[in-house]
Design a protein around this ligand. Structure first.
Ligand SMILES: O=P(O)(O)OC[C@H]1O[C@@H](O)[C@H](O)[C@@H](O)[C@@H]1O
Length: 365
């Protein structure tokens, strides 16, 4: 049935986990494959994904084979598949736009960002030559210009686009129609991890709602020690991230949406030693029967990047299905299931059912 050829922008922890996952699941069967929402999607298993191009701007990664670059610093995610064979994909130098936060150099050498000296490649040409069908965006949060640049490259090169970061592309009708006109599928925006802060917060919010409990106040505080958290110390980069995360919870509440002062959601601090372990503290205050107050506190601790890959592995395969079926524009079911800021928000249980209907061909997108 052929491979699903993908290209990756940003060879960070999330790319590393995705690539490790492709090899980790190779040769396994459904019974011993732990950690997947779908073992196969219309016949496509994780091992059917092939990375054919990758872009980065860090000198520790550019020019290296992808099999080595995914383990280069500052990547720090848990290694769950050590033996990645030579992939024969050299990490190409991307254009330097707004992907690098200015405060990065304040940190110690290990984390200091170092831009490679190479001239940027012609991204469209690299995509075309590689035969990539889908381009995945893993740029740092706040990379507005760079995301738009690569989205344009996808349109020019004729690749579908999966936007894993909180820059609004799939949920922006203008961009969505550009992809639709170009005949290309689009998934986004901002990956909602497998068991992450957002899905946990949404699920508990839905529980309050289902059980008639009025939610009065809530917060979601997140700490981590990966480059994502370091980058997010620059509060200027957080605008769309906060919007994406907050909207993901508010959308469950419907006409009981909280006033902005009663909902606080966002990345909270960078703790270097946590590395790729993300810790999320959730508090929800509400009122039960008789208007009687209650509160709930949850602490979630999870490795951030495999948590993201657990969803991206399905987004890629659904995107391939759309390509095969000639469906263009935003894919609303898989976006709602795997992204925090999709073109249409559905409760997660409904989104899961819609994805199954999309896979079986019962619904178009
Ligand atoms: O835990 P949440 O809220 O689903 O968010 C998870 C994802 O959020 C993204 O913005 C991060 O870049 C990912 O690394 C992360 O996995």
């Amino acid at each position: 049935m052929g491979k699903i050829k993908i290209a990756i922008i940003g060879v960070g922890n999330c790319a590393s986990s995705l690539i490790q996952g492709i090899y980790y699941y190779t040769g396994k069967n459904e019974e011993d494959a732990i950690g997947l929402m779908h073992w196969d999607i219309d016949g496509y298993k994780p091992e059917d994904i092939e990375v054919v191009a990758a872009f980065d701007i860090d000198k520790r990664k550019v020019g290296k084979d992808l099999s080595e670059a995914i383990f280069a610093p500052p990547n720090c995610t848990k290694i769950f598949c050590e033996n990645i064979p030579w992939m024969d994909v050299e990490v190409a130098m991307g254009p330097v736009l707004d992907g690098v936060a200015s405060h990065m150099k304040e940190y110690d050498e290990k984390y200091t960002f170092s831009v490679a000296d190479e001239e940027p490649v012609d991204v469209v040409e690299v995509l075309e030559d590689s035969g990539a069908e889908i381009l995945l965006n893993y740029l740092p949060v706040g990379s507005e210009k760079a995301t738009r640049y690569y989205a344009k490259c996808a349109l020019e090169a004729g690749t579908a686009f999966i936007n894993n970061i909180p820059v609004f592309i799939a949920s922006n009708p203008k961009w969505a129609s550009r992809f639709e006109k170009a005949g290309l599928p689009l998934i986004g925006d901002d990956i909602k991890a497998q068991i992450g802060a957002t899905i946990t917060h949404r699920t508990l919010t839905q529980l309050f709602k289902n059980r008639g409990v009025r939610l009065d106040r809530t917060y979601q505080l997140n700490t981590g020690g990966n480059t994502d958290f370091l980058n997010m110390l620059n509060r200027d980069r957080l605008h769309s991230k906060k919007k994406s995360k907050t909207e993901a919870v508010q959308s469950i509440l419907g006409d009981e949406r909280l006033d902005p002062e009663n909902i606080h959601i966002g990345p909270s601090d960078y703790v270097a030693w946590q590395k790729d372990n993300k810790v999320c503290y959730l508090r929800m205050e509400g009122r039960i029967f008789g208007d009687v107050p209650m509160n709930l506190e949850v602490r979630l601790s999870v490795e951030d990047s495999p948590n993201s890959a657990g969803c991206v592995i399905d987004a890629i395969r659904c995107c391939k299905l759309a390509l095969k079926r000639g469906i263009a524009g935003p894919l609303t079911s898989i976006s709602a299931y795997t992204m925090k800021h999709p073109p249409i928000q559905y409760p997660d249980e409904k989104a899961a059912k819609l994805v199954d209907k999309f896979i079986s061909g019962e619904i178009e997108r």
